[in-house]
Ligand binder design. Structure first.
Ligand SMILES: Nc1ncnc2c1ncn2[C@@H]1O[C@H](COP(=O)(O)OP(=O)(O)OP(=O)(O)O)[C@@H](O)[C@H]1O
Ligand SMILES: [Mg+2]
Length: 449
């Protein structure tokens, strides 16, 4: 296990020695409860029990593990291991393709701790690009390093808070163990980060899902970025968000500019996705669970749609299940095609595939809007503007806002989007009820028609 030394760090390898992998799949479960996103994508337990039964019924074939030649696994165990490791809540052994981001974040915190300074790093990227996983690895390695000044690691997740204002009481509770009201907590935190007490401990604060901490006044986001800049704050903030330009947006309201370091996580390309899957399972056994073409098909498909590693894991997992249902231990192209059909060709996908021209243009505008903002929610008026541009560019009829609102209502009735109620349709908020991947997939299919 390589613990990054202060100046010399080697290739990033996670957990490989600390985890007794073969003992049980549950060793790989993340402590924290799954987020809304991962819960949404859980595969059915019914299906899994059917799969386990098929594995048990099948004659156990002995295969050897590459990593530990003394231990051998039955084919039942190999498949169980593969299914566990393909679950998005299982912690990977290594983080291929994220070595430089790991280095950047680790060095940033290390340098601040050694210099005795506060600071803020803003980390952005679309879903499934490994931001949270990389951060947990940084945390683990920092806590292992004995040469660094003592610090307390605190994590707050914007989605789990419910109400953004609960951020202050939650942070104070984590730091001091004290339960206080919102305003009392804010006062205490302001005092803590402004006082000159040289004995106070460093706080490394991870704020995940920062997008969900937007408030009307934007004061909360401002404070999160401003506190670390105070002299002797001893606060290092690592803020993760999907939106690229969140700081610029809320800072428009404030006259002072705040210094922070920026890091962005790009969507994975197909080669990277393939490497991620290989590192998660294929290096583990000497049977190739995936036919190389089959794995390539999954990775190419997802890279073209989103570059989301979580989605690749879901498709790989389902493909393995399909192969086992057919009493085979290798995933073929056919299995992958079936799983892609299942995952993407739901009734809703078919509905989009045959949607009206205006509905399809609207969905394209909505996705474009999400990509630009990094958010998964948009205001009707903003999407209307992009919709009009697209109609003009492609020579289609340009609808009025009332006409387009009817189109969106239809999509809402078909459960493709969620169109929030509001007195004025111009300000109604729209989010997707299915993943952008599904929309993109369906729209690509209708192009092929
Ligand atoms: N480089 C990688 N190597 C191995 N697994 C990875 C890698 N990147 C992502 N994953 C896996 O993909 C899944 C999604 O990763 P993660 O939760 O870190 O994404 P994220 O960028 O935080 O997404 P979100 O914005 O939705 O929170 C996790 O199961 C994670 O283990
Ligand atoms: Mg995350």
């Amino acid at each position: 296990m390589n613990t990054p030394s202060l100046r010399k760090r080697k290739k990033l390898v996670l957990n490989s020695d600390d985890n007794e992998y073969y003992s049980s799949g549950s060793d790989f479960q993340i402590d924290s409860p799954p987020t809304k996103k991962s819960t949404k994508r859980k595969s059915s337990t019914k299906r899994l029990s059917k799969v386990s039964k098929i594995i048990k019924d099948k004659k156990n074939k002995i295969v050897k593990s590459k990593r530990n030649s003394k231990k051998s696994l039955t084919s039942e165990e190999v498949i169980k291991v593969a299914l566990d490791r393909l679950h998005s809540t299982s912690v990977p052994d290594s983080l291929p393709c994220r070595e430089s981001q790991f280095e950047d974040i680790y060095s940033f915190v290390e340098q601040k701790l050694l210099d005795g300074e506060g600071g803020c790093m803003y980390i952005s990227g679309v879903p499934g690009t490994g931001k949270t996983t990389t951060m947990y690895e940084v945390k683990r390695k920092l806590e292992q390093c004995k040469e660094l000044p003592p610090f307390q690691f605190v994590e707050i997740n914007g989605v789990r808070l419910g109400d953004p204002k609960q951020f202050y009481p939650q942070l104070l509770l984590e730091i001091t163990g004290q339960k206080r009201s919102i305003s009392q907590s804010l006062n205490s935190l302001n005092s803590r980060f402004n006082d000159q007490d040289s004995k106070k401990k460093f706080i490394v604060l991870l704020v995940d899902e920062l997008d969900f901490l937007r408030t009307k006044t934007q004061n909360l986001l401002y404070n999160i970025f401003d506190w670390p800049t105070k002299k002797n704050s001893k606060l290092i903030v690592l803020a993760i968000a999907n939106t690229m330009d969140l700081p610029e947006r809320f800072m428009l309201k404030f006259s002072s500019r705040i210094a922070f370091t920026r890091l962005s996580f790009q969507p994975y390309n197909f080669k990277e996705l393939e490497q991620i899957i290989r590192s998660r399972i294929l290096e583990f056994t000497n049977i190739d669970i995936f036919h190389p073409d089959a794995l390539q098909l999954i990775c190419r498909k997802v890279a073209a749609l989103s570059g989301d590693a979580r989605r690749v894991l879901d498709i790989c997992r389902r493909s393995v299940e399909i192969a086992i249902e057919d009493e085979r231990f290798q995933v073929t192209m056919d299995d992958v095609n079936k799983s892609l059909q299942e995952i993407y060709n739901s009734i809703v996908v078919q509905r989009i595939r045959y949607a009206s021209v205006q509905e399809q243009i609207f969905l394209r505008s909505l996705i474009q809007n999400f990509r630009m903002s990094g958010m998964e929610e948009a205001r009707f008026l903003d999407v209307y503007t992009s919709h009009v541009e697209l109609c003009r560019f492609e020579g289609h009829y340009v609808p009025t806002t009332t006409e387009l609102a009817k189109v969106v209502t239809n999509l809402d009735l078909s459960k493709i989007v969620l169109f929030q109620k509001s007195p004025s349709h111009l300000y109604r908020r729209i989010s997707l009820n299915i993943t952008p991947d599904d929309i993109q997939f369906a729209l690509n299919l209708s192009d092929e028609n």
